[in-house]
Design a protein around this ligand. Structure first.
Ligand code: SAM
Length: 463
């Protein structure tokens, strides 16, 4: 079995596998790397990722360590430099958005995305690619291994998706872990599916395996979305872990050919979760349902999370849960907030823990100074032959409590100028807008008179 790059990307990029091209911090483009096939300008070039400020033949991105910086190549593909109108009508030259990303998930065609020049400036001293020739007037990108988090940021949106702050909390609350079996509906754009696949993965099944392997049973009734996601799962090597079924789960429930997935946990991102709940019970009393088996694991309490944007949906869901025997019902909303953390190298008057209380003017001035410093640090790094990568890095193994202050004047740079000064943290002024309400509940395992008798026989009281 070819292991999915989402589960084990290895140390280097490889052909016929997904990679993420990072154009700037939040501008990520998924690319299915291809070996060169075509003949162009005298050398074999194959597929190319084109940005407004540089062309990146796949050949320059293959067999390199993940995280490598790739310099643009001198490639005349006929499209570079041509001013393209974006589908949303905005001018080219602005950062690429989902609209661009949507066009960049195709395997073979030439791809064009826009990236602003300032975010793609070349760095002296960076490793040059051997061939094709480096384009000195152009930029660079970084090549990253796919992870569910990066995929969520770069995936082609076909629906609203569940974002990382929500799904990390959800997967923890429903106790998803290696070996768990999950039910998920609807699959939508597959954001949650990728995260849950990694959470339950505990090795690919081998013919002789006996251990229960983690699995996600995913359902989607929109035909095109189903097909798109099906091929994505194959491209990503996840089809053995996520089993996608084309189905209306309100009507037809969650069993596969009459066989129970025996799920340990359930995640419902559907417009009417209460309509699916009727199938998530231990037994059904409806006449004509004699052969019916529960899709839930009979020997465990089952955990559920439903994800709904409106409070009316929550009310209906909670009401159905109560009627169907779910307990510990609780609603949670994730209010995610980003903190912008920088090092204060010139004694800015922005205290570490009170950055948010500064006036907008203070912050603006401070940021202008920080930008200046960042630029100087970059220059310094270049002069000391450290390369652009190091200048931008924020090493994690650093003692962040250090508050070395060099003062405004007579400042002395150490050999690692990015470690000087204290950390300054600035919060976003507004908490991110509402995504959805999370309803959690537990369905206790069933316990019959026979099971009680058997338990007593095995562990008699006092024995
Ligand atoms: N959680 C997904 C993600 O992270 O990408 C997004 C799910 S999207 C908001 C909701 C999906 O549920 C849609 O793709 C829709 O087609 C699907 N859906 C709605 N009703 C359904 C039903 N009765 N059975 C199966 N899928 C359904």
């Amino acid at each position: 079995h070819n292991i999915s790059p989402f589960l084990d990307p290895g140390s280097r990029t490889k052909a016929n596998s997904l990679a993420i091209v990072q154009l700037s911090r939040d501008n990520l483009v998924p690319v299915y790397l291809q070996r060169p096939t075509g003949e162009h300008d005298g050398y074999k070039e194959g597929a190319v990722v084109n940005t407004k400020y540089g062309s990146y033949p796949h050949s320059t991105m293959l067999d390199v360590p993940w995280g490598s910086q790739i310099r643009a190549s001198k490639v005349d593909t006929g499209s570079r430099g041509r001013k393209r109108k974006r589908p949303d009508g905005e001018d080219a030259g602005r950062p690429a958005t989902d609209n661009n990303n949507n066009n960049n998930n195709n395997n073979t065609e030439e791809k064009t995305v826009e990236t602003p020049k300032e975010e793609s400036e070349p760095t002296n001293g960076a490793a040059a690619v051997a061939k094709p020739a480096v384009d000195d007037n152009s930029g660079f990108i970084h090549i990253l291994p796919p992870t569910p988090e990066i995929w969520t940021m770069s995936l082609p949106h076909r629906t609203q998706v569940v974002y990382t702050p929500d799904y990390s909390y959800i997967l923890h609350r429903i106790r998803a872990r290696p070996g768990s079996v999950l039910i998920e509906a609807g699959a939508g754009s597959g954001s949650f599916s990728h995260a849950s696949a990694r959470a339950v993965f505990n090795g690919y099944p081998t013919p002789e395996y006996t251990k229960r392997k983690g699995k996600v049973y995913s359902f989607e009734y929109h035909e095109q979305r189903y097909h798109k996601m099906k091929s994505e799962l194959e491209e990503h090597g996840l089809e053995g872990i996520v089993q996608l079924t084309h189905r209306d789960v309100y009507k037809d429930g969650f069993n596969i050919d009459g066989v129970s997935p025996q799920a340990d946990a359930v995640f419902l991102d559907l417009p009417a979760p209460w309509e699916a709940l009727q199938h998530l019970v231990r037994r059904r009393s409806t006449p004509g349902n004699d052969g019916w088996v529960s899709p839930l694991n009979p020997s465990k309490s089952v955990y559920i999370c439903t994800f709904s944007p409106c409070i009316e949906q929550v009310t209906k869901t909670v009401s159905a849960m109560r009627r169907l025997g779910w307990v510990d019902i609780e609603m949670v909303e994730i209010a995610h907030r980003k903190l912008h953390t920088v090092r204060d190298r010139i004694g800015l008057n922005l205290p570490v823990d009170r950055g948010v209380n500064n006036s907008p003017k203070d912050v603006e001035e401070a940021l202008a100074r920080l930008t200046e410093i960042e630029n100087r640090a970059r220059e310094h790094a270049r002069d000391s032959q450290l390369g652009g990568d190091d200048a931008d890095a924020t090493p994690m193994d650093v003692d962040t409590t250090t508050t070395k202050q060099n003062g405004n004047d007579g400042r002395q740079w150490s050999s690692k100028p990015w470690l000087d000064g204290r950390l300054v943290t600035r919060g976003e002024p507004e908490v991110k807008t509402h995504t959805s309400y999370l309803v959690f509940a537990i369905l206790p395992r069933e316990w019959t008179e026979e099971q009680e008798a058997a338990a007593l026989a095995r562990w008699p009281c006092g024995g």
